[in-house]
Ligand binder design. Structure first.
Ligand SMILES: Cc1cc2nc3c(=O)[nH]c(=O)nc-3n(C[C@H](O)[C@H](O)[C@H](O)COP(=O)(O)OP(=O)(O)OC[C@H]3O[C@@H](n4cnc5c(N)ncnc54)[C@H](O)[C@@H]3O)c2cc1C
Length: 421
């Protein structure tokens, strides 16, 4: 039964969710706040997650804050959060990073920018776990300068032909569809002339290669797009106005769009670090206790910052990605700090572990992985730039290319390169 926002209080929804969760989901270990999950999911793992997601969907607990007409529950971010809180300690679908991208950033951006026909085709499949999505966004020469992408889409009758290469696409090897950013007009400045397309990951001309990371995972991929054919029906938003879709996605990607993706409340004193201190015999050591307290305070501050940002964005007519940047920056700064605290507590015992004993290897793996949140979805420096310029009103960074046609920018760069080489 789908009940709309006006007819169901958060408390009533919470009670309904709690009863359903207890009756239908298996208990599991509580996730630790601030912990960096490793990403070595297989297609079999994704299939298991799809089955569990379908169960949530059938019971009306998938897409709690998504519109009813597309298979969601039509409730609010607070209801969504209530479900997540109640489901802590129970097994929920684990799609890894591709799930975060699909449900957190992409699904919500599609809702804001796509036609009803597009949404009817895709959103119910997303919410029921049949379609996982990734982003074909960054390129080898366009990361922080995202508007500098060079993948092109050329109109050919009622089709578009996309060619170029993308990189760092989280979970692309496990995804069914990609949101792909391409340049559709080279005669205008770089932020204009961009268009987003929906591209099936198994389309002819798409090659996806996993990239192995420092911790042995291969969470993200590089892609080559060789004359990939899509149609007008696959356009996300409007032709040449892709930058506004990007702005929407950045709000959600920075994890504060609707409050549902913000860090969960730290209910206990950093349980993973307490367990680590016990395991290495340092639970009474003042230095280890100090490190645990420092981590807990950061977890707590991060949670409340996330909540405040979510509240502010929820009450804004147009959610601002630069306000969302505060939460992203906090995660980018505090995640590596937490990983370092774990290494300090673990000491030499955290540096070696038996092969396959991932639990004992966790502090070192988290440490190696700890920087990813400082880079993914925009580096810490770019968050600081955005906050400085767009929130605090500090002078803008000098820019030499924002008002020039992008084709002229490339020509100027080529002649400059030939002069210096
Ligand atoms: C774990 C992870 C997951 C990712 N997932 C995806 C994904 O799913 N899809 C996708 O498309 N991309 C993804 N990315 C890519 C990510 O968005 C880019 O890595 C990021 O935007 C930085 O771009 P870059 O790597 O090209 O670095 P660069 O832009 O080359 O930056 C290099 C350094 O210069 C600094 N810098 C650059 N410009 C400025 C400036 N104007 N002011 C101050 N400092 C500056 C940066 O902060 C950085 O320290 C992911 C990255 C990671 C690490």
């Amino acid at each position: 039964m789908n009940m709309s926002t006006e007819t169901m209080s958060v408390d009533d929804f919470r009670a309904e969710a709690r009863a359903w969760i207890r009756a239908n989901l298996e208990p599991s270990e509580l996730p630790a706040a601030g912990r960096v999950e490793s990403e070595s999911l297989t297609h079999e793992d994704i299939d298991r997650a799809r089955a569990l997601q379908q169960k949530l969907f059938d019971a009306g607990f998938a897409g709690v804050s998504y519109p009813v007409e597309y298979g969601g529950r039509g409730l609010t971010a607070l209801h969504e959060r209530a479900f997540r809180e109640e489901a802590m300690g129970y097994e929920t679908p684990d799609f890894g990073v591709v799930g975060g991208v699909t449900f957190g950033a992409i699904g919500r951006s599609l809702i804001e920018h796509c036609t009803p026909e597009f949404l009817q085709q895709h959103i119910p499949k997303i919410l029921s776990g049949q379609e996982m999505w990734c982003q074909f966004y960054s390129e080898p020469e366009a990361g922080s300068d995202l508007a500098g992408i060079r993948t092109r889409a050329v109109r050919d009758g009622d089709q578009w032909i996309i060619s170029g290469s993308k990189i760092w696409s989280s979970g692309a090897h496990l995804a069914d569809w990609a949101m792909c950013l391409a340049r559709t007009d080279w005669a205008v400045p770089k932020h204009r002339g961009l268009t987003w397309f929906a591209v099936p990951c198994d389309a002819k001309g798409v090659t996806i290669n996993q990239i192995e990371q420092i911790n042995g995972d291969a969470e993200f991929c590089e892609e080559f797009l060789d004359e990939v054919e899509v149609t007008d029906d696959d356009i996300i938003g409007d032709v040449n106005l892709g930058w506004s879709v990007t702005q929407t996605m950045l709000v959600y990607e920075r994890g504060a769009g609707d409050g549902s993706t913000a860090t969960l409340e730290p209910r206990e004193l950093a349980p993973d670090l307490v367990a680590l201190a016990r395991r290495v015999g340092r639970i009474d050591d003042p230095a280890a206790r100090h490190a645990i307290a420092a981590a807990h305070i950061n977890d707590f501050a991060q949670y409340h910052l996330g909540k405040r940002i979510s509240d502010r964005l929820r009450n804004s007519a147009v959610p601002d990605p630069h306000v969302a940047a505060y939460g992203k920056l906090a995660a980018g700064v505090l995640t590596p700090v937490r990983a370092r605290l774990a290494m300090e507590i673990g000491g030499p015992a955290a540096l070696s572990w038996a092969s396959g004993d991932e639990e004992h290897g966790r502090p070192a793996l988290d440490y190696l992985n700890g920087r990813r949140i400082s880079i993914a979805a925009g580096t810490n420096e770019m968050q600081r730039n955005g906050i400085g310029e767009r929130v605090l009103g500090l002078p803008r960074e000098p820019s030499f290319d924002t008002n020039k046609p992008f084709s002229d920018v490339l020509k100027a760069a080529q002649s400059w390169e030939s002069k210096v080489s």
